[in-house]
Design a protein around this ligand. Structure first.
Ligand code: NAP
Length: 336
């Protein structure tokens, strides 16, 4: 049997358990030209909330009754596709389910991936997946760090943020992380080498940015948008780069975004603000992943996984992200 989560209703604000329904069906029959993939892990990330209402970058929400969208890592258990064989490891749009049928391209696209010796296969969903590529291209193409730059990172203890903090430090930046608990802030300073960390739930972000960035912010890597983006914009240095990766603080209200009011500081400081989409760099992912793998292997880069067990935990994983309960990348382990 295949257990899968379908969209039952649209959240009004926060995602709730009743927005999903767990269904059971026979494992689908594999048509010619397709493969059957058994899901091992899902990675759960904030844009899943937008997929339920505005539709996010896809521009249309997931229909009611359809399988919830989600990236995963799995193993081909049956292949009727010339390019895949049983036993292949694949990653891609598997959905929140135990078994997915993919034609490798249009219908639930997946691509073959290969674990690296010494690295857990789960890294293929974060450091060696799109999270790692996001951090890498966001930093190299958009942030363009210079030694001595002050780099501020929001959602700094999450999947993308934890990697951005470390890549910044390795490039000689002074890194200030923003996160939602004392424990996360201590980890940012003690384990990731941030110069300082701000607990935005307990501290005044503007005041703490004044203290920790006395010469202004050269680079702001934004994962949350909203009031934190505004606080950063008010404190940018001459020629700063403000890089919009995500806007998690706004995803629960994604039909009515908060507009930053301090944007004109970009003019006063002759600074730039740019958004980017990681899949525009899909043909360069190997470059990102080979560099990140080398950093993992020589111990310069670390990561933290937060793993829930069982397909039944997928909605809870998404709700944890918006409560800030995930510490590191949020995974759901579906099968060994
Ligand atoms: N542009 C791209 O191509 C691209 C690619 C990948 C990801 N992204 C974006 O990057 C961002 C980070 O993604 P991720 O997968 O690495 O997620 P993540 O950081 O692992 O998880 C989200 C974190 O956001 C924080 N958060 C939740 N609600 C918040 C709120 N209201 N205000 C401020 N912070 C809040 C929580 O941490 P705290 O405890 O710190 O609150 C939570 O742990 C997301 O916005 C995502 O959409 C963009």
């Amino acid at each position: 049997m295949n257990r899968k989560w379908v969209v039952a209703s649209r959240p009004e604000v926060e995602v709730q358990a009743h927005n999903f329904e767990l269904k059971q069906e026979l494992v689908p029959v594999v048509p010619p030209g397709a493969v059957l993939v058994k899901t091992r892990y899902l990675v759960v990330s904030p844009p899943a909330r937008m997929a339920l209402v505005s539709g996010g970058i896809a521009g249309r929400p997931i229909p009611i009754g359809a399988t919830m969208r989600g990236s995963g890592l799995g193993e081909v258990v049956e292949s009727r596709h010339a390019d895949f064989a049983a036993g292949d490891l694949v990653a891609g749009e598997l959905g929140w389910q135990q078994y997915a049928v993919s034609d490798g391209a249009r219908r639930r696209p997946v691509r073959k991936v290969q674990g690296r010796s010494g690295l857990a296969d789960s890294t293929l969903l974060h450091v060696m997946g799109s999270g790692g590529a996001t951090a890498y291209f966001g930093m190299t193409v958009y942030c363009r760090p210079r030694p001595g730059d002050t780099l501020v990172v929001s959602a700094a203890a999450g999947n993308v943020g934890m990697l951005v903090c470390q890549l910044g430090r390795l490039q000689g930046c002074r890194v200030v992380g923003i996160a939602g608990s004392r424990g996360k802030c201590d980890w940012l300073v003690n384990e990731l080498g941030c110069a300082a960390a701000i607990d935005y739930k307990a501290e005044d972000v503007g005041e703490r940015l004044n203290q920790t960035c006395p010469d202004g912010i050269d680079i702001y890597f934004d994962n949350v948008g909203g009031a934190t983006l505004d606080a950063a914009l008010a404190r940018i240095a001459q020629g700063a780069r403000v890089v919009l990766c995500g806007g998690t603080s706004q995803y629960n209200n994604d039909l009515d975004w908060y507009g930053p009011k301090n944007y004109f500081n970009l003019v006063y400081k002759q600074a730039e603000m740019a958004g980017f989409y990681v899949f525009n760099f899909a043909d360069r992912f190997e470059e990102a992943h080979s560099r990140l793998a080398a950093l993992l292997e020589n111990g310069s880069l670390i990561y933290k996984e937060d793993v829930l067990e069982g397909i039944e935990q997928a909605p809870e994983a998404l709700m944890r992200i918006f409560r800030g309960d995930n510490f590191g990348v949020q995974l759901v382990k579906v099968a060994d």
